[in-house]
Design a protein around this ligand. Structure first.
Ligand code: GDP
Length: 590
């Protein structure tokens, strides 16, 4: 491709941003090129040499493998989310102002929920619709004829998660500080988040109605954190409010509009449709319901959407009041139905042309996620000893969840005893309740193992744990747990074999083939069938065959694998008693 001998040295894998720098092209442009080549990557994701070679060839470079030298330390800067990059890449003439998207952060009990409720109820427009505001994790209010979008997720945790995914949705943070309590640890954390995400911040000085409120003291504390209040000559807007008395809410909203005006908050309604998943759940009767925040472009009913590894054609779109709508533009929160799977909150979604394209993107993502998970150094209990020997671990970080305080305390005591040996045990967090996303995020960030006692892991959390390579271990008997940990600390734990289902297929008909005897003509109902994997044939709940999947055909061809929706022929070694309506489960043991 490179007629001018434009050789470019590339490593085995490279972060998209670095690749763009290397060829001196805009990252947006590069991301688009990658997309047209079927690779979905954000600016912070890595692509392998082969992929990089293909795209750089389009810019006239010939990629050659780099002689490996230690890469310079990567600096930690606030990353710009993909949707912002997308908007930045739009034709500036097409950009029009959109409602600002607000998230409310602050210390626990300082009044985040009360403030969200107060804002929602002051809005006449919301009231007029008959008060059927359903909770979809976001809502909009009108102020001076302009809309403002509020993210109504459980605040802090959701923001952390979104940020961790590089997809934060907010344009402005409202930091709630209780005037009677002042700056607290989570206040500081929230400030740090807003700073790292480069999101402007307004302070809602809440609970000013309380007799012991001390606004000046709070302002002093804020000033010490480089948030000098505007009435003290600084640039941080501090608005006194009372959420419960509904005082100062209008001032706060006007403040939001002012901040919005001094920060270009724009998007292209006619551009590429992209946004963030705010929340999602599986409804027994309606299927997957996801709340999406559109950040660029216009989403329409019937659009094919990919959100993380979920995809589907949108059957219905409703606004936050539950009213069916045909389309929605930038900064609008909507609830959608039609996705085949529950996407993870904070993930980006995009609109693609066809369902085929959507499936291809998802397949690619699953594959990448798998290789990334394999590449990432997992901390599993099984690997612990090896890591210790390799000098990579000196202690084991644990997050402990239990059903009741009564079992949590003895568990922590037992674990602390175990941690007195050569390898220390470090309990980062011990709490009652099921294992949720936050636990997994914390475990992933701190290379910890999650121990659950008499609790479950939420569906979302389980999926995220798999993605992030976090070891989640559930126990019902304390000594089993301590035994496992003790063995692991001594390097005696036997590797855990887990069965992973790859896919399922329905036997539709049975026919004869000379080579294999009888062959099951199947349709893959979900996941994937892979030649070489294990297979189990069910008749009702009975297992009638168990063995290797050694013959897999699509039409007349031998194939390595076959995906959801496709038909195939499967033969079983030395087994002929196949019947229509048998179910086939394909799995691997890891
Ligand atoms: P969150 O944990 O930050 O969501 O805080 P909440 O909204 O749940 O509020 C915590 C407590 O503070 C509740 O008992 C509220 O009624 C109370 N509260 C919230 N805002 C105000 C306020 O403006 N004035 C007074 N007096 N109490 C408030």
């Amino acid at each position: 491709m490179s007629s001018n001998g434009n050789k470019l040295e590339l490593p085995a894998s490279i972060v998209v941003r670095d690749l763009a720098l290397k060829i001196e092209k805009s990252p947006i442009d590069l991301i688009k090129k990658l997309m047209t080549n079927g690779v979905m990557a954000t600016i912070n994701q890595t692509v392998d040499f082969d992929t990089a070679a293909i795209v750089v060839a389009e810019y006239g470079f010939e990629a050659v493998p780099e002689i490996v030298e230690e890469a310079a330390g990567k600096e930690e800067t606030g990353e710009v989310p993909l949707w912002r990059q997308m908007i930045a890449g739009e034709d500036s003439k097409q950009l029009t102002p959109r409602p600002p998207v607000i998230t409310i952060l602050g210390h626990v009990d300082h009044g985040k929920t009360s403030l969200l409720d107060a804002i929602r109820s002051t809005d006449v427009a919301a009231g007029e619709a008959g008060g059927i505001t359903q909770h979809i994790g976001a809502y909009q209010v009108e102020m001076k004829g302009r809309l403002i979008t509020f993210l109504d997720t459980p605040g802090h945790a959701a923001f952390t998660q979104m940020r961790a995914r590089g997809a934060q949705g907010a344009d402005i943070v409202i930091l709630v500080v209780a005037a009677d309590d002042g700056v607290m640890p989570q206040t500081r954390e929230a400030i740090a988040h807003a700073k790292a995400a480069r999101v402007p911040l307004i302070v809602a000085l809440n609970k000013v109605d309380k007799p012991n409120a001390n606004p000046d003291r709070v302002k002093q504390q804020l000033a010490e954190l480089e948030l000098v209040p505007d009435d003290w000559g600084g640039s941080t807007m501090v608005v006194p409010v009372s959420a419960t008395q509904k005082q100062g809410i209008d001032d706060l909203l006007e403040g939001v509009l002012l901040v919005a005006d001094s920060n270009e908050i724009k998007a292209n309604p006619a551009g590429t449709v992209i946004g963030t998943v705010i929340e999602a759940e599986l409804d027994k009767s309606k299927g997957v319901i996801a709340t999406l925040l559109i950040q660029n472009g216009t989403l329409q009913a019937g659009d094919v959407v990919v959100a993380g590894t979920a995809h589907g054609k949108l059957r219905a779109i409703t606004d936050f009041k539950g009213k069916a709508i045909k389309k929605a533009g930038p900064s609008t929160p909507v609830a959608v139905m039609g996705l085949n799977d529950v996407p993870v909150a904070g993930e980006l979604f995009q609109v693609v042309k066809t369902e085929k394209e959507a499936r291809a993107i998802v397949a690619e993502r699953l594959e990448t996620a798998k290789t990334q998970a394999q590449a990432r150094k997992k901390v599993s209990l099984e690997d612990l000893f090896a890591n210790v020997q390799a000098g990579e671990a000196k202690e084991l970080n644990l997050i402990v969840k239990a059903d009741v305080q009564g079992s949590l305390d003895p568990i922590v005591t037992e674990l602390n005893k175990l941690g007195e040996g050569e390898i220390g045990l470090n309990i980062l967090h011990a709490e009652t309740g099921n294992i949720g996303n936050n636990d997994v995020m914390l475990a992933s960030a701190s290379k910890a193992i999650i121990i659950g006692f008499n609790v479950q892991a939420d569906v979302d959390a389980r999926r995220m744990a798999e993605k992030e390579g976090v070891d989640v271990r559930l126990y019902e008997i304390i000594y089993r747990m301590t035994e496992d940990i003790e063995k692991a600390l001594k390097g005696m734990l036997e590797p855990k074999l887990v069965e992973k289902t790859l896919g399922r297929a329905q036997v539709l008909q049975v026919f004869s083939a000379s080579k294999f005897g009888r062959v099951a003509g199947c349709k893959v109902t979900d996941g994937i069938l892979k030649r070489g994997a294990k297979v189990r044939l069910y008749r009702g709940t009975d297992i009638v065959y168990e063995g290797d999947l050694s013959s897999l055909r699509h039409e007349k061809d031998d194939v390595k694998e076959i995906r959801t929706g496709f038909e195939c022929g499967v033969g079983f070694k030395n087994f002929n008693d196949i019947q229509p309506s048998d179910m086939l489960v394909c799995y691997i043991v890891e």
